[in-house]
Design a protein around this ligand. Structure first.
Ligand code: SF4
Length: 248
């Protein structure tokens, strides 16, 4: 098959999967509202935001500003607010960590203490990500993520519909069965805004000190916390699934 034929096949599959995802998002809004999409401003989350704008705009979108994001991610946040909030009417919120907790962590451990040990890294993620996430999910019956099964060794058994047992609410991963090529085929065909870091070999978007570009052939999430064991590489946002994989 030629490159052009492969790209057309990717887009065909992506359009079919997008229709399924729109149907799912409508069902989430109807049966699990209020629901919200947790957006890291990655290409997957921008694609889902586009589908929410098309099919279920009552679903909110939020991001966690850890205070350590790349400039390109803040630029994407601005584009999100311009394109999806001001022009398309999506509700978008940004949550910040508790100031006292950040100040205490930096005072006691240092500003880049996450490089010293897994516990200190997880403590930083707890303060800058997990606690704000828990606040963002208060009152929600479901949350939605842009995770895909192909993204890493900790996500191979990802389900489209799941239960967040820690929080007692539903969790949906509408892109669980999408390939990377299908995501990009849809995003390019529909001019979905995306984070420029993806053009610089950052397939996964995270905090600047903890995310690097990957080399050809590396796992998609190899650039996240690259100094740690691959099976420890979740930030606590998706803890149940990560823990179950580690226990296997
Ligand atoms: S990814 Fe790094 S900087 Fe961001 S919250 Fe976790 S440890 Fe802290």
């Amino acid at each position: 098959m030629s490159t052009a034929q492969t790209q057309f096949a990717d887009l065909d599959r992506a359009e079919l999967k997008a229709e399924e995802a729109r149907t799912l998002l409508k069902r989430i809004a109807d049966e699990f509202g209020p629901a919200t999409l947790a957006s890291s401003l990655s290409v997957e989350d921008m694609l889902l935001t586009e589908l929410i704008a098309q099919a279920a705009p009552e679903i909110e979108v939020f991001s966690l500003d850890t205070g350590r994001l790349h400039d390109e991610t803040y630029a994407t946040m601005e584009r999100m607010q311009q394109h999806y909030v001001r022009e398309r009417g999506i509700t978008y919120k940004v949550y910040f960590p508790q100031q006292d907790a950040v100040e205490a962590y930096v005072r006691d451990n240092g500003v880049n203490a996450f490089y010293q040990s897994v516990p200190l890294r997880k403590a930083c993620c707890e303060i800058r990500k997990v606690e704000p996430l828990n606040r963002a999910l208060i009152g929600k019956k479901a949350w939605i993520t842009g995770m895909r099964a192909q993204q890493s060794t900790t996500r191979t058994e990802l389900k489209v519909q799941d239960v967040d047992t820690d929080r007692g609410i539903a969790k949906f991963n509408p892109l669980a069965e999408w390939s990377n090529a299908e995501v990009w085929a849809y995003v390019r065909a529909h001019d979905v805004p995306y984070n420029e870091l993806h053009d610089r070999f950052f397939p996964s978007i995270g905090c600047a000190p903890c995310t690097r570009a990957i080399a050809a052939g590396e796992d998609i999430r190899a650039g996240r916390w690259w100094w740690e064991d691959p099976l420890a590489k979740e930030c606590g946002l998706h803890v149940s699934q990560a823990v179950s994989m580690i226990r296997r």
